[in-house]
Design a protein around this ligand. Structure first.
Ligand SMILES: *Cc1c(COP(=O)(O)O)cnc(C)c1O
Length: 375
């Protein structure tokens, strides 16, 4: 079988984790601080706050820009459910905007503009697959209306637009280190921002709004603490911070390899009339190439083509994404949402296997399998 995604660790990764376990300090401490410094530097942002997941980072970001009961946040529906769920955690209402189309499944700034109301507090943009959403246009729109722009950059560490890192365009950028993302360590996330008050809010809230952490008390800097608000436990632990620090230097070469594989896929699949390849060839160089999405021109064939790929060829695929507004929990709560481009993409999309150590031979098998399944 050719898996959709595969994990590989190097001996130094295992050693970094073992060394952390031997150190006797397991939760948020010096390795988390070193990870934050490395990430802030790479992104070119003033602050990076490591947390337990991207979902946590999104929740802290919305909260830090003041999203609360009665407010609205404009979000795509063509994304992972966490982008919208985190709005609900704040007691606010997610308002869904459509994507541009199957050629570019990024949030459509014109539809966002149509959905702004006096209650809108923020806009969340997803960099789908590691390809930049139009954050330049969205940032001007948000500035014009006094809204915060939150980037869901779960797919996009080491990606950019016009040379500026994704996750460094909005008020805050949120990253994921979940098992199948481009920098995977199991669970983990990070919030990046240039805004001192957003950083301070996220930093406090990730650990119960306590005025000092256990590390500060352990190292004798203080021996008591105050609780200044209602916080959460969204801390990242030290073994995962160590694993991230060990993997981080290899990320650029892994992304470069993903780009080579993506260009090869695009060259070979461009001739298939049954497919639309989202995004443009010239976007690959600035993308993290997290996934290889293809869109079927005939959406009714999605299930049949995926079944054929798995049963006849052992090629694993996935759908990114089913539309959030079509999930039962959302349909019940927000009936009547209609987003034609999102609905079309959700029925047309298939993700093909892509990971840094996918071989050319395996890639060839995937391409031949897809040609056969479509014929
Ligand atoms: C994976 C993902 C998330 C959630 O990340 P976790 O770290 O698993 O919480 C949020 N948004 C998008 C677009 C994702 O793909």
């Amino acid at each position: 079988m050719i898996p959709l995604f595969d994990l590989r660790f190097e001996p130094e990764d295992l050693e970094a984790v073992a060394e952390t376990l031997r150190s006797g300090w397991l939760t948020q401490g010096p390795r988390v601080a070193a990870l934050e410094a490395a990430f802030a530097e790479t992104l070119g942002r003033a602050h990076a706050v490591a947390v337990s997941s991207c979902t946590a980072a999104l929740h802290l970001a919305y909260r830090a820009v003041g999203v609360g009961p009665g407010d609205e946040v404009i979000v795509p529906s063509y994304t992972f459910v966490a982008t919208a769920n985190a709005v609900l955690y704040c007691g606010a209402t997610p308002v869904f905007a459509d994507i541009l189309g199957i050629e570019d499944p990024s949030l459509d700034p014109e539809d966002v503009a149509r959905k702004i109301t006096p209650r809108t507090k923020a806009v969340a943009a997803v960099h789908f697959g590691g390809y930049a959403a139009p954050v330049d246009a969205l940032a001007s729109l948000c500035e014009e209306h006094g809204l915060a722009l939150i980037e869901d950059a779960a797919h996009a560490p080491s990606a950019s637009l016009h040379g500026r890192s994704l996750g460094a365009w909005g008020t805050a950028g949120c990253f994921s280190f979940f098992s199948n993302k481009v920098l995977p360590v199991g669970e983990g996330g990070l919030l990046a921002t240039d805004d001192d008050s957003v950083a301070a809010s996220a930093r406090a809230a990730r650990s119960h709004c306590m005025s000092s952490g256990t590390w500060e008390r352990h190292t004798g800097r203080t021996d008591t603490y105050d609780v200044a608000g209602l916080g959460l436990n969204y801390r990242l632990d030290e073994p995962r911070a160590a694993l991230l620090l060990s993997r981080l230097p290899r990320l650029p070469e892994e992304i470069a390899r993903r780009q080579v594989l993506t260009r090869a896929y695009r060259r070979r699949l461009a001739g298939l009339d049954a497919l639309v390849l989202p995004f443009r060839d010239d976007q690959v160089a600035e993308s993290s190439c997290y996934i290889l999405p293809v869109m079927l021109r005939e959406p009714g064939r999605q299930a049949e083509v995926r079944r054929r790929l798995m049963d006849a060829h052992g090629v694993q695929t996935s759908i990114m994404y089913p539309a959030i507004h079509e999930f039962s929990a959302y349909r019940e709560r927000f009936p009547g949402v209609s987003l034609p481009h999102t609905e079309r993409a959700a029925r047309a999309e298939i993700c093909l296997p892509l990971f840094a150590h996918l071989t050319e031979g395996e890639q060839e098998r995937v391409i031949l399998a897809l040609e056969e399944a479509l014929s």
